[in-house]
Design a binder for this molecule. Structure first.
Ligand code: SAM
Ligand code: SF4
Ligand code: SF4
Length: 327
């Protein structure tokens, strides 16, 4: 237990516009002086890992300063990226490799056409080129895949592609929808999700790389089902605020910002972390109660969060008034 990791949204800027992206994209960058202060304060509380994300982190104007600050404070950092600008940031990754823990490339299909349909022409090839560069420079990488109706039949091909490209692993997650239509068209049913999670377990024992599932996997066990609920991972959005989770921060079309617990522009990290722990415990307790009452939605932890924290309009109805009064 205790603080271990920061997930830092460096910017809301992105060069792509993926059809299902849950981020409210824009042109905000995290203030670099604020970031350095946060990294220092969180380090004294025990944080030793950072995941840099966005938007597209490679577009952050002070990426160099951010990585070097992480390195000089003794952090190990990971980067989540669409891979488009990888050749440009490679020298920086290479020169901070002492601190570089992992690179995650987001991939939507093992097929160029299907991936590019979601992420734009040329995007698949850029990721493949980036994996070649990782191999040449000895940089560790994995793929992240958001499963949905279009690609859930491809899990084995995706895992084999990750292995063939020299990746250390592949992590699947479930889609968190941002519109009712998208929910209808792209989300997997509860049964389809469980089948996909079983397939990931099978692939993990048959393919020679680590095949895993994110915290979005079905789970009927009460308690800390994710690093945020355990108080271990704190997310910072590109405005310098602490959010309960990077999946909830700046959620496209959200009704409110219940995930935001503190503004680090005006509060120090230690105080923000205390607020964070309170919100994490509150949300965890809420889910535990819902599980005890047999609310099916609570078995899908991230879906439970986006519904109860009102990130979607239509899903509010999934909790009846009666149950809502209790959770
Ligand atoms: C918001 S992106 C930011 C990093 C970078 N731009 C990228 O695409 O890798 C971080 C991760 O969230 C995933 N993501 C985006 N929209 C999502 C959604 N609606 N549900 C689940 N994951 C999503 C992306 O595929 C990516 O792996
Ligand atoms: S998923 Fe990543 S690359 Fe795609 S639009 Fe969102 S932030 Fe940009
Ligand atoms: S959305 Fe909720 S359950 Fe999912 S990882 Fe974030 S805090 Fe945990």
């Amino acid at each position: 237990m205790g603080l271990k990791k920061l997930v830092v949204e460096l910017t809301s800027l992105c060069n792509l516009s993926c059809e299902y992206c849950f981020k409210e994209l824009g042109g905000s960058h995290l203030d670099i002086a604020l970031l350095k202060r946060i990294l220092q304060e969180a380090r004294t509380l025990g944080a030793s890992k950072i995941t840099f994300t966005g938007g597209e982190a490679s577009l952050y104007p002070q990426l160099d300063e951010a990585f070097r600050a992480a390195e000089s404070l003794g952090y190990r950092y990971a980067l989540v990226t669409n891979g488009w600008h990888f050749p440009r940031i490679l020298p920086l990754l290479d020169s901070t490799r002492r601190a570089l823990n992992h690179i995650f490339f987001s991939l939507d299909s093992a097929t160029e056409t299907l991936h590019d349909r979601v992420r734009g022409t040329g995007s698949f090839q850029r990721i493949m080129n980036a994996t070649d560069l990782c191999q040449t420079y000895g940089l560790p990488f994995s793929f992240l895949v958001v499963l949905n109706q279009k690609n859930s039949g491809e899990m084995e091909q995706l895992a084999l592609l990750a292995a063939q490209r020299g990746g250390a692993g592949i992590r699947f997650g479930h889609l968190l929808p941002t519109s009712e239509l998208q929910d209808l068209q792209l989300s997997l049913s509860a049964e389809e999700r469980r089948a996909a999670e079983a397939e990931a377990r099978r692939l993990n024992s048959t393919v020679d790389i680590e095949v895993s599932f994110s915290a979005a996997a079905s789970n009927n066990v009460p308690g800390a089902c994710c690093e945020a609920f355990a108080g271990q991972t704190v997310s910072i959005d590109c405005h310098g605020r602490i959010s309960l989770c990077c999946q909830l921060a700046d959620y496209r079309g959200a009704i409110n910002n219940k995930d935001i617990v503190a503004d680090l522009n005006t509060t120090d990290f230690a105080h923000g972390y205390v607020e964070f722990l309170g919100r994490a415990l509150g949300q965890r307790t809420r889910r535990d109660k819902a599980l005890a009452m047999g609310v099916a939605l609570a078995e899908h932890p991230c879906d439970f969060c986006i519904s109860t924290m009102e990130k979607t309009t239509w899903r509010k109805g999934l909790l009846s008034k009666n149950i809502k009064a209790h959770v």
